[in-house]
Write a protein that binds this ligand. Sequence first.
Ligand code: PSU
Ligand code: MN
Length: 303
Amino acid sequence: MKLPIEFSAEVTNALAADKPIVALESTIITHGMPYPQNLDTARMIENEIRDAGVTPATIAVMDGAIRIGLSDEDLEALAQSENVMKLSRADLSYAVATGRTGATTVAATMICAELAGIKVFATGGIGGVHRGAENSFDISADLEELAKTAVIVVGAGAKAILDLPKTLEILETKGVPVITYCQDQFPAFWSRNSNLKSPLRADTADEIAAAFNMQEVLDVNGGMLVANPVPEESEIPQDEITPVIERAINESVMQGIEAKAVTPFLLQWIFEKTGGRSLECNIALVKNNARLASEIAKSLKFK
Ligand code: PSU
Ligand code: MN
């Protein structure tokens, strides 16, 4: 059976010429940011990657086709749509088989990127172990995917709404390398620091690319998490964001928010309570991640 994948002209050309490509997810557009900032950010990030001499490939499922590289009209339609599915590993095949439209999370984007032959992917932050997971069992499928699928994911750590120590423990158990860029501490999305030591550190894109190549050589399967701290001028320090996160989580528990709705609910609540500052920070860190991902993609191709 032919794969149900459609490539944009830009990505087709880059693949044919063996040029570096960076994949981008679409859940951040549909469930991670409000309109119109989501659309502006999606466009800005693509251009950031193009400015680095790399081809962006935003990934989504549209009318049952896995789309690798979206047109501006597609981006606009996704950014404005209100009941698009949020697709992880569990729902990807169902959505494609039944002709649905859905945004891909980190896990689903990794699967599609690997199918398309793309090795580097930039996002905001991965999903992880939710606080209270010992009761809710809410652990993002992103972690399992990082263990399985050979794609480098560049994020600003894991969202600080999560239980970061448990998230790092699961990543270690599953054998996922966690490499923080240019600092010893694991970053916490909106803040540069988490008070947790990063398992590994790299100071250049070349080191990251070399480590990933070695995974292939040694037949150590799976992906890699590159944690890139938010730029200092855009961060919300830990002592400022922590109380807001705690209130957001209490609110989500009181309102009985569960499963896939938890992450979007918390992000929206924190956005409102920080007067939009969390969103500005989120945009800045995605941009920063797109830049580093571009350097890694170039290093993988040219070194
Ligand atoms: N990072 C962001 N905003 C987001 C997400 C990540 O800055 O909206 C999305 C990603 O798509 C990630 C998903 O894969 O949240 C995790 O959702 P869950 O916790 O339900 O697995
Ligand atoms: Mn979940």
